[in-house]
Each structure stands twice: as C-alpha cells, then as structure tokens.
Ligand binder design. Structure first.
Ligand code: FES
Ligand SMILES: [Fe+2]
Length: 416
C-alpha cells in the first residue's frame, strides 16, 4: 500500500470511529498505521528517555531505541548531557551496541572513526585531506530535563517544552527527583500495542479486579458512581487534613475529589500533567503495608505528603511517595509489542540494606505493573481477533481513555 492509499485508509478508519467507543481493530494490528504513528507521534513529540542518575559520571551513556532509531544519551567529558543519533557519519553504522556503559570516546566498529563524547569527529584513518571533519559530527537531538527526568525529541523542531516544564516543576522539585538515584530498573516486553498500555493506564475500572495493593493504598480509583456517602466523608476528611499540612509545608496540590485527574486534554493540546493526592488512611507510601521504606526524598518535611503523579504523552508516567518514586517509560517495538522500563528511585544518599531494601520498595509497583501487563496482553489478543467489534467506554470510569484516544487520533492526523 502506498502512502496515499494508507493515508486515505487511516482517514476512513478515523471517520468510522463511533464517538465514545473503542478504536477499530486495525489500529492495533496493522503495520502501516504503526509506521504512521512512529512518524506523526513518536518522531515528533518529546519522549521521556531516562534519569540523569543513569549518566551520573562524565563518559556514562545509555541507548534509547525508538522504533528503528538508536539514540545515545551521553554525559560528555565536558560535563554536558547530550542526545545524539548513535549512527556513524561515515557509512551510517551503529556505534554503541551496549545498552549502557562508560566511554572516553566513541569508536565506530566498522572503520574505527572516532568521536569525542560531545559528538565531534576526532580521528579518521585513511581519509583524504580535502574533507571537512567539522561537518561530520554525530547528529544531535533536542534534550531537556525536569529535575533529573531527561526528555528528548527526534525532531529538530520540537514542540514547546516550557509549558510542560512549568507545570511539572512544582511537583518534581519538592520530590527531589534531581537528587535521586535509580535503585532498580526492570525492563519488560509487554505483548500489546503501546496504545493498549496507555488505555489501561488511563482508567481504574479494572482496579478492583486486578490491583488489590493499589486499591488499599489509594482513593483515586473511586468515581462518581461508586463513591458512597461513607467513602466521600473519608475522602473529604483526608483532603481537608492533608491540604492544610501540604499548604503549611509549601507543597503543590492539584487533585480531584473523586476519580483520576483528566489527562490528556486533546482540545487544549495538553500532553503533560501532575498532581498530588491523599493516600488512604494508614498509608504514607505506596508500599505493601503503607509504611515508609526509605529516607525522605527532596524537601519533604515529613512522610505525610500523600502521593504525586506525573505523566507525559506519549511515553511516561510516574508515582512518587515521600520516600521513593517509580517512573515508567514506554517504547513501542512493533504494533503488538511495547518495551516498558520501570525505574525505582530513592534519595541519592540512601544506602541499600541500611536505608532501604529492594524487597520493600519494589513489590507494590512491580506487582501492579505486572498485573497490568497481563491484562494488556489479553486485550491485544482480543483486538487482533476477527471477532473484535468496538465497544463503549463508561463515562463514569473511562473518560480518560476516551481523552487518550481523541489525543491519539488528533496527533496521528497531523500528516494525513
Ligand atoms: S561506518 Fe563508521 S567508520 Fe565506517
Ligand atoms: Fe492497572
């Protein structure tokens, strides 16, 4: 199918979507739609790459693979963290094959052209004198950080990052994300299209059947239809109590009385969000028993800071408690697979075995994540079937899934 035919097919599919209903199955199983997404969304928008602690020392690097593009995130010997295409300027060979490591210079394995850690071409053996080395540095990409969270954009003219930065900074700053270290990273290949992973993330309709740990710790899974008077009184009490404490401590607040914060917002092109919300009675951290499991992060004066959430389309969400934070990064690896990396962060001075134990900070989000991956896998199997027909979203519980789908279709349409 040529590009024009593919474009017109996608437009027809978009037009055929019944408002407030799930997407047609083609969006989860056709390679030309996946290719269009890669160019319209993933090569155009800001992507969460990782945390600055992963490149803590000059020379440290890690590689982010976005579809067929390999991107090097490297802490230069000059002290600057950069994003560059991991591709030699000679005949285009992949330079770093390791997923992460440490290098004083970057040497292409093919003919050994070598580059400094800032991407400048330094040595080339056997090349004629009349060529200009300065034209042949590694291709750099836009990079921004929010308190240690690294964002890159594969487009040379990225969307404005400042609104996201300004909106998320008041949540990220007191959490001390810039002074955090990665205590653990776990990578998964989830057998589902990246949109199914987001659709699942954008509702808690499935929570009571799948997430016993999350249900016990949080209030935001309640929606208008299931918030009884008793629960409403509990939530109101928690909000009133916590808001006062948080205001006194100068912490940013933004929550809904019931339900999840509305995100994304395609009508206003909002691809970022952050909020603080109370934890359930008896919980000061998103852990198995609700207890604090590491030293306090950032500027937190005490453990009663509720929980913060931050998210950016198309590939990051995070949950922060007083003592640890969990960042989730999505990278599609085909129309039916998504690589998901989950990073557990603690204060950079916390010592494993003394201040925290991995088996105390990890289980809550490890279990919750893995519970999600399994239902995403089942969802992919279903939407790939000839028997699949679109179904309706609950306006009580799936308003954010609908918002996600509308954001997706709007973003996808940009080049059609
Ligand atoms: S392709 Fe890299 S040195 Fe030749
Ligand atoms: Fe879930």
């Amino acid at each position: 199918m040529n590009t024009l035919e593919s474009s017109s097919k996608i437009k027809q599919l978009i037009a055929s979507r019944r408002e407030g209903w799930t997407l047609p199955g083609a969006f989860y199983q056709e390679d030309d739609i996946y290719r269009t997404e890669m160019n319209s969304i993933w090569r155009r928008q800001w992507l969460f790459a990782g945390h600055t602690d992963q490149v803590g020392q000059p020379g440290d690097f890690f590689v982010v693979t976005v579809d067929t593009d390999s991107i090097l995130i490297i802490h230069g010997l000059d002290g600057t963290i950069r994003a560059m295409h991991n591709i030699c300027r000679h005949r285009g060979t992949l330079i770093c094959q390791a997923e992460s490591g440490h290098a004083k210079k970057l040497v292409c394995p093919y003919h050994q052209w070598s580059y400094s850690t800032d991407g400048t071409l330094e040595h080339w053996r056997g090349m004629q004198e009349d060529l200009d080395k300065s034209e042949l540095g590694l291709v750099k990409l836009p990079l921004r950080t929010i308190e240690g969270m690294i964002y890159i954009c594969l487009s040379a003219s990225p969307p404005d990052f400042d609104p996201a930065y300004n909106s998320m900074l008041p949540m990220a700053l007191p959490q001390g994300l810039a002074q955090a270290k990665v205590a653990k990273q776990v990578d998964y290949i989830v057998e589902a299209n990246w949109k199914l992973v987001w659709e699942n993330n954008r509702e808690c309709y499935h929570c009571n059947a799948h997430h016993p740990q999350y249900m016990r710790a949080n209030y935001d899974h309640y929606n208008e239809d299931d918030t009884t008077d008793l629960i409403r009184r509990k939530i109101d009490f928690a909000i009133e109590r916590d808001e006062k404490r948080w205001k006194d401590a100068g912490l940013a607040i933004n929550h809904k009385r019931t339900g999840m914060v509305c995100f994304p917002d395609p009508d206003n092109d909002i691809w970022y969000a952050s909020n603080r919300t109370p934890l359930a009675e008896g919980y000061v951290s998103e852990t198995m028993d609700g207890k604090q499991v590491s030293t306090l992060m950032g500027d937190y004066p005490n453990a009663d800071v509720g929980t913060i959430r931050m998210r950016t389309m198309p590939n990051m969400w995070m949950h922060g408690s007083c003592d640890h934070a969990v960042l989730t990064r999505l990278l599609p690896v085909g129309f039916n697979k998504t690589r998901v990396s989950v990073l557990w962060l603690v204060d950079q001075n916390a010592v494993e075995g003394e201040d925290y134990q991995l088996d105390q900070i990890m289980p809550f989000w490890q279990l919750t994540s893995e519970q999600d991956w399994e239902i995403c896998r089942l969802a992919q199997q279903g939407v790939s079937s000839g028997g699949y027909r679109p179904g309706p979203y609950s306006t009580y519980k799936e308003y954010n899934v609908d918002a996600f789908v509308r954001w997706y279709l709007k973003s996808l349409s940009i080049d059609l």
